[in-house]
Write a protein that binds this ligand. Structure first.
Ligand SMILES: Nc1nc2c(ncn2[C@@H]2O[C@H](COP(=O)(O)OP(=O)(O)OP(=O)(O)O)[C@@H](O)[C@H]2O)c(=O)[nH]1
Ligand SMILES: [Mg+2]
Length: 274
């Protein structure tokens, strides 16, 4: 079935640092017949009219376009831990930065994507990752594990000035294809995550919302992941002209793993060809 896409917002001049270039809006009916406005992520190289249901990755708003390619992880190597943005490796390869609240599951997701148990070190205690860690994948692109923000209960030593430490990286990193902003899908939307999303948006830094821990179907308190994800989008709806791509994942079950890798492949391949 072809979707009826009401309006398409594609910026003609595609810049590497523009977060707005691949969005489209659509309206669709729910099974109850209620009209809801849904926002799809339309990647470069595809026209809104070409989109069919099969092209939308499950558990996400992401359309797969012609730039999607081989997303297999063949080889990974740890390259460097940097304590300052200016110490980061100098290279011309595309990179993805994993950002999110402390304990949200950044390092776990990286390990799950790369199928390595403890390549990125994880812990129940917040504040485990305190440096900018670069991993080179298939000798052709980078994954960057960052320190988490908002770890109020972390040990004193772990409380560094996250703002000056990591913001410099985002604002100056020319090879940054997209920030993957990780958000805990097992809890209701948190102000600190909304603030972070808004900060990235204001600074025109491309981002993908990656909801983590979506295996937690019945959390002890609160709502189910799909409701939390929807509520998060609702709260941001007014802040963006077009919402960024989003996807639901779980490092525990592998949910969304292949889909996220495919999404990253299309962003990367487009960036490479630009
Ligand atoms: N159920 C469930 N637990 C998870 C998942 N991902 C991570 N966790 C758990 O959440 C805790 C934190 O995971 P980390 O990957 O260390 O989190 P982080 O975001 O890297 O944390 P910092 O390095 O402190 O910023 C660990 O106890 C993980 O086992 C998931 O998908 N499902
Ligand atoms: Mg970590």
């Amino acid at each position: 079935m072809m979707l009826s896409l009401r309006s398409v917002v594609l910026t003609p001049s595609l810049s590497k640092r523009s977060s707005e270039f691949w969005m489209s809006k659509r309206s669709m009916s729910t099974s109850s017949g209620r009209l809801v406005k849904n926002v799809l992520f339309l990647p470069p190289g595809i026209e809104a009219e070409e989109v069919s249901d099969q092209m939308i990755l499950p558990g996400s708003n992401i359309v797969v376009g012609p730039y999607a390619g081989d997303s297999k992880i063949k080889q990974v190597e740890f390259v460097k831990s940097s304590s300052r943005p200016r110490e980061c490796p100098v290279h011309q390869l595309p990179e993805f930065a994993f950002l999110g609240r402390s304990n949200v599951g950044k390092s776990s997701l990286i390990n799950s994507l790369l199928r390595k148990k403890q390549l990125a070190l994880t812990s129940k205690k917040p504040g485990k990752t305190q440096l900018i860690n670069h991993f080179l994948v298939n000798k052709s692109w980078y994954i960057v594990d960052l320190p988490g923000y908002g770890f109020a209960n972390a040990p004193e030593a772990a409380r560094m000035d996250w703002s000056s430490f990591t913001k410099g990286y985002f604002l100056n990193r020319q090879t940054l294809v997209s920030v993957l902003l990780l958000i805990d899908g097992s809890v209701p939307p948190q102000k600190i995550d909304l603030d972070c999303a808004n900060w990235l948006g204001r600074n025109n830094i491309p981002m993908t919302f990656v909801f983590t821990k979506c295996d937690k179907g019945k959390p002890a308190k609160g709502k189910r992941p799909d409701e939390n994800v929807r509520n998060f989008q609702e709260l941001l709806r007014d802040s963006y002209k077009q919402q960024p791509p989003w996807i639901m994942t779980s490092s525990a079950t592998g949910l969304g793993r292949d889909e996220l890798l495919l999404h990253m492949s299309q962003l990367r391949n487009y960036w490479d060809n630009e």
